[in-house]
Design a protein around this ligand. Structure first.
Ligand code: URA
Length: 208
């Protein structure tokens, strides 16, 4: 599918095996989310604009390049929080914005309960961070909120996607590229990705 990147990198595949393993403890789980996020960020940031600067090495002045864009990180609460640290380690100048959504039990529609988007920002790229692209409901709603707010360029970064979630996100926001570590088989009747890794929030925060 156009706009869908699924990593085939051996390091990503190796680390994903650790994440999927039911015996992986929360500490290791968090570490591996951090590591995979870094590897995926490498792909998702490949087209970031840079500008020329002159840097003085111990030997001489030389033209070099630095990032020329402001980036907003939007973790989908709560499991997206585990991807923020790795992104900030790579891009310390990024801003972090929080949007909180829950799914209404009756309508099954995402409802916003928290929004900490800045009134205005020079940000040129928003990266939505959410490990599990399951039904796609939260991702679609988060991206709709960002677009209404005025975001011009948005990318989605996740770890595991279900075909259903990828379809839903792509149908609602075909302009938003999707970066994943794996595309799994299906969603089960409880909305879990299969084979997946279980509940990414519970496994990170020890609330199983
Ligand atoms: N959210 C999760 O944490 N896991 C899934 O499998 C689906 C949604």
């Amino acid at each position: 599918m156009d706009g869908l990147f699924v990593s085939s990198h051996p390091l990503v595949q190796h680390k994903l095996t650790i994440l999927r393993d039911v015996n992986t403890e929360p500490k290791r789980f968090r570490e591996v989310i951090y590591e995979i996020t870094m590897l995926l960020a490498y792909e998702a940031s490949a087209d970031l604009p840079t500008r020329e600067v002159i840097v003085t090495t111990p030997l001489e002045d030389t033209p070099s390049r630095e990032l020329a864009t402001v980036i907003g990180l939007v973790p989908v609460l709560r499991s997206g929080l585990g991807m923020v640290g790795a992104m900030l380690a790579l891009i310390p100048s990024a801003q972090v914005w929080h949007i909180g959504l829950y799914r209404d039990h009756d309508t099954l529609q995402p409802v916003q309960y928290y929004n900490k988007l800045p009134a205005n920002s020079p940000t040129e790229l928003c990266l939505v961070l959410d490990p599990m692209l399951a039904t796609g409901g939260s991702a679609v709603a988060t991206i709709s909120i960002l677009k209404e707010w005025g975001a011009r360029k948005i990318k989605y970064m996740g770890l595991i996607g279900a075909p259903e979630g990828v379809q839903a996100l792509h149908a609602a926001h075909p302009d938003v590229p999707i970066y994943l570590a794996a595309l799994d088989d299906h969603l089960n009747e409880l909305g879990y990705i299969v084979p997946g890794l279980g509940d990414a929030g519970d496994r990170q925060f020890g609330t199983v």
